[in-house]
Design a protein around this ligand. Structure first.
Ligand SMILES: Cc1cc2nc3c(=O)[nH]c(=O)nc-3n(C[C@H](O)[C@H](O)[C@H](O)COP(=O)(O)OP(=O)(O)OC[C@H]3O[C@@H](n4cnc5c(N)ncnc54)[C@H](O)[C@@H]3O)c2cc1C
Length: 458
């Protein structure tokens, strides 16, 4: 236990705020995105710069505190917060700087993707990220990062050029392909295991107005649509990304009243090829089966990025389970349609994110992301605003996952996991685990950073 006087040196060396349990801001500051997580840290250090992060890491290590690193706070397993320990909260480090000539983007360790999209869009650029703009750059990038531009530009980590990191011993280094290349390899999928990343340097792409949005079909067509999708998307030009969803139509605009609360299947498209070829690219899609709702058209890239933000505000109950899939067999499709009929709440769903295209061109050993040869990252997501439905959504997600897991490649996308234990982490990193464990030993031998999908130092 820390006594009050032990905290004084940290207080005097921080420029950012230090929040303790007796502070009026404490309950707000300890909240994370998943309303299911309720942890009570001993101190929250809101770091404004690298010097603050160094002070916080040194303080945590010297006082033997459990340390959680908070980027955007979105991790469903609640890995951005801990009980009794120190939270190194990077949210004040939310700057984004774009260099339009070099097409690079520098983002602070606590930036959110919405801020990156805003800054890059004005200059006709984009960095590949996820599908909800309130997600943190930190956690999403360190786990891999998949979203609307995965087939076109690769994973977020495939566009990472360098990171600045505060290590467990308080030292500060840059890792890129030339300096500390082992660490640079490890942070491209190995999570927050290796240090506190204070800034990320990305390569950006010329993406401005995309042609995309959701297309929905009736649930009775789901099996047929999935069979069509499994062939179509893997053969589609890489300028077209489309993730498959089983979902319930939200009861409000812009959805038409006759579809409200209906369970349906859909694909959320993002086409980044030449505008003049957009209609012809979508012709065979619309011709295969006319969608019951077609919301696809030209939109600014950040509009697609923020399209689902309002549907998924912070504070909902989240429970998800995931796997990588090498194929989508007829047996797997039969299970999908069965569990889609049992979707427990309006916010719950299943997504299949394509990971072929540019992302699939990298070898399994090229980064810690070990399933480059799989075709999809699959996730069953139980979500609801009401804590009373916690069991209902978790049970549905677990049962659904149990039914599909035998059809999977083995591991899961690390950012779509809850706290699922060491075996699951090893399955996820596969043959890359041993190399990660060695690098962990070099940079964090005492496992100071262990509030994450933990890689044990060897
Ligand atoms: C609604 C929702 C939508 C999502 N959509 C996508 C998606 O489309 N694509 C996708 O790939 N993922 C997606 N995710 C998963 C997301 O990538 C992870 O939840 C990720 O961990 C969130 O990062 P964060 O910084 O917001 O989280 P936090 O909870 O702050 O942190 C998560 C983990 O990352 C570590 N970490 C964060 N920042 C740093 C840093 N700067 N230095 C060192 N370690 C750090 C933390 O220690 C912790 O272990 C989504 C999650 C949610 C809840």
């Amino acid at each position: 236990m820390l006594n009050v006087s032990a905290i004084v040196p940290l207080k005097s060396s921080l420029r950012g705020e230090l929040i303790e349990p007796n502070d009026a801001r404490y309950d707000e500051a300890r909240k994370v995105y998943n309303g299911m997580i309720d942890r009570r840290p001993r101190i929250i250090a809101r770091c404004v710069d690298v010097a603050d992060v160094i002070a916080a890491v040194n303080f945590g290590r010297e006082n033997k505190l459990l340390i959680a690193i908070r980027g955007g706070g979105h991790n469903a397993g609640g890995l951005g917060v801990c009980d009794d320990g120190l939270v190194i909260d990077l949210s004040p480090m939310n700057y984004v700087r774009v260099d339009p000539k070099k097409r690079t983007v520098l983002a602070g360790g606590g930036a959110l993707w919405g801020a990156v999209d805003h800054a890059t869009h004005a200059l006709g650029l984009a960095v590949p990220s996820g599908i909800i703009s309130t997600t943190g750059v930190g956690g999403l990038t360190l786990g891999g990062g998949l979203g609307h531009l995965t087939r076109q530009c690769g994973l977020t980590v495939d566009n990472l050029l360098a990171v600045d990191v505060v290590l467990a011993d308080g030292s500060f280094i840059t890792a890129n392909s030339k300096e500390h290349p082992d660490l640079f390899w490890a942070v491209r999928g190995g999570g927050g295991n290796f240090g506190v990343v204070t800034s990320f340097l990305f390569k950006a792409h010329p993406v401005h107005t995309i042609y995309g949005g959701p297309m929905l079909w009736h649930l009775e067509d789901a099996a047929e649509m999935m069979r069509w999708y499994r062939r179509f998307i893997t053969k589609a030009p890489i300028v077209l990304n489309g993730f498959f969803a089983l979902m319930t139509v939200p009861p409000g605009p812009p959805f038409p009243g006759h579809l409200h609360n209906k369970k349906m299947c859909g694909i959320v498209w993002c086409y980044t090829g030449p505008a003049k070829s957009a209609e012809s690219t979508f012709k065979p899609i619309r011709a295969f089966k006319a969608p019951a709702l077609d919301m696809v058209g030209p939109i600014p890239h950040p509009v697609l990025q923020g399209m689902f933000d309002a549907l998924y505000p912070p504070g909902l109950q989240w429970y998800w389970k995931a796997d990588f899939m090498r194929e989508l067999s007829d047996e797997a499709i039969a299970q999908h349609t069965k569990y889609a009929e049992r979707l427990p709440t309006m916010h719950s769903g299943m997504h299949l994110y394509p990971i072929d295209g540019k992302a699939g061109k990298i070898k399994n050993r090229g980064t810690p992301w070990s399933y480059r040869d799989a075709k999809w990252a699959q996730v069953m997501v139980g979500v609801d605003p009401d804590p009373a439905n916690k069991e209902k959504i978790s049970t549905w997600a677990k049962d659904y996952w149990n039914a599909l897991h035998p059809h999977s490649a083995g591991g899961a996308y690390v950012n779509f996991m809850m706290d699922e234990g060491d075996d699951r982490i090893r399955a996820t990193y596969g043959k890359n685990y041993a190399r990660l464990a060695k690098i962990k030993k070099r940079y964090d031998p005492k496992n100071l950073f262990r509030v994450n999908q933990n890689i044990r130092p060897v």
